[in-house]
Design a binder for this molecule. Structure first.
Ligand SMILES: [Fe+2]
Length: 331
């Protein structure tokens, strides 16, 4: 590449006021329109951040050393960058943008996946017990899965995972021999599923690393309220990553990763005579019921595009879609 032939202005004598437009120009030869747009916005916001905070060299270096520490503690079973994104509210924000739900519909809201989903859970028949923890409070879980028109959805693949009664996922134990506290089920012909679990408990996110130190400096606790994770997949439907949270948990309104939504907060009920007979449990057995509603892929795609156009319109940009994602339409 002969630098003298590049269609760029001279990059000299750059100032606080003109560095941004010149850095964007330097990146503007990128042939991938989406990458070019993302970098343009990233540079714009990073520069504005530095200008608005009057960022000192010392603070800039502190930030870089912090990110270096975040990287160093990552391993096959620990992802500190996801944790950092979670506690800054970025993960739930991206989830909300990328998985929109039709307004005024019964569609089940999504929430953060978290770092503890694995791909080795066993597929179990209806009624199975997913937790081997003898100290947990036994919980009967009975759910239905429907589409937004109310039709039951059979054959939906449902991943479920939760901690043990001490608030640890199986992957947090060094001697893990196989999956526990997790399973895969499929909805039956009536679009229902049921299984036995334990009542979820609150737990702290890993806080012995740089993210934990940041939380402490911000006078924040590291706890997540009691919850059970669900991931649902079915042909033609948008994947649903969500969780159910127990009402009146001490951390219900201060989740360290901002995952709680009112529509996902549930009461633990008593099984009562009807469920006790149908599912062969004592009448005072704990029961969790929930009706999930999935949105079609086509509806989600249309909604995502519509929301993108509205958001970029606010920035004064016409937009076209590339691979389902927006870029400015400069033609
Ligand atoms: Fe979790």
């Amino acid at each position: 590449m002969d630098p003298s032939t590049l269609p760029l202005p001279p990059m000299k004598d750059l100032t606080v006021d003109n560095i941004t437009e010149n850095a964007i120009a330097m990146n503007s030869l990128c042939e991938d329109p989406r990458m070019k747009y993302v970098l343009e916005r990233l540079v714009t916001h990073l520069h504005d951040f530095a200008r608005e905070t009057r960022l000192s060299t010392n603070e800039w270096m502190q930030g870089l050393l912090f990110l270096t520490e975040v990287g160093k503690i990552c391993s096959d079973v620990r992802q500190e960058f996801i944790l950092l994104s979670d506690i800054l509210g970025l993960s739930i924000l991206v989830d909300s943008i990328d998985h929109p739900k039709p307004p005024n519909s019964a569609a089940t809201e999504g929430t953060v996946l978290g770092p503890f989903h694995t791909h080795d859970a066993s597929e179990l028949p209806a009624g199975s017990t997913m937790s081997a923890d003898p100290n947990g409070q036994p919980l009967l879980v009975v759910c239905s899965v429907k589409d937004t028109a109310g039709n039951p959805l059979p054959g939906i693949k449902v991943d479920v995972w939760e901690t043990d009664s001490s608030g640890h996922y199986d992957v947090q134990y060094a001697g893990r021999e196989g999956p526990d506290g997790r399973c895969i089920l499929r909805t039956d012909e009536q679009g229902t599923l049921w299984f036995r679990a334990i009542t979820p408990v609150p737990y702290p996110i890993p806080h012995d690393g740089p993210v934990g130190r940041l939380l402490k400096a911000l006078r924040r606790h590291p706890y997540r309220p009691s919850h059970m994770h669900f991931l649902m997949q079915g042909s033609g439907f948008e994947e649903l990553v969500t969780a159910l949270y127990l009402r009146n948990d001490p951390y219900e309104t201060t989740d360290a990763v901002f995952g709680v939504k009112d529509s996902l907060v549930v009461d633990i009920e008593r099984a009562g005579p009807e469920y006790a007979t149908k599912y062969n449990v004592p009448e005072d057995h704990a029961l969790l019921r929930y009706d999930f509603v999935l949105v079609s892929e086509a509806e989600t795609t249309a909604l995502r595009e519509r929301n993108s156009k509205i958001a970029l319109d606010k920035l004064g940009m016409k937009v076209r879609m590339v691979g389902g994602l927006p870029v400015p339409d400069l033609d």
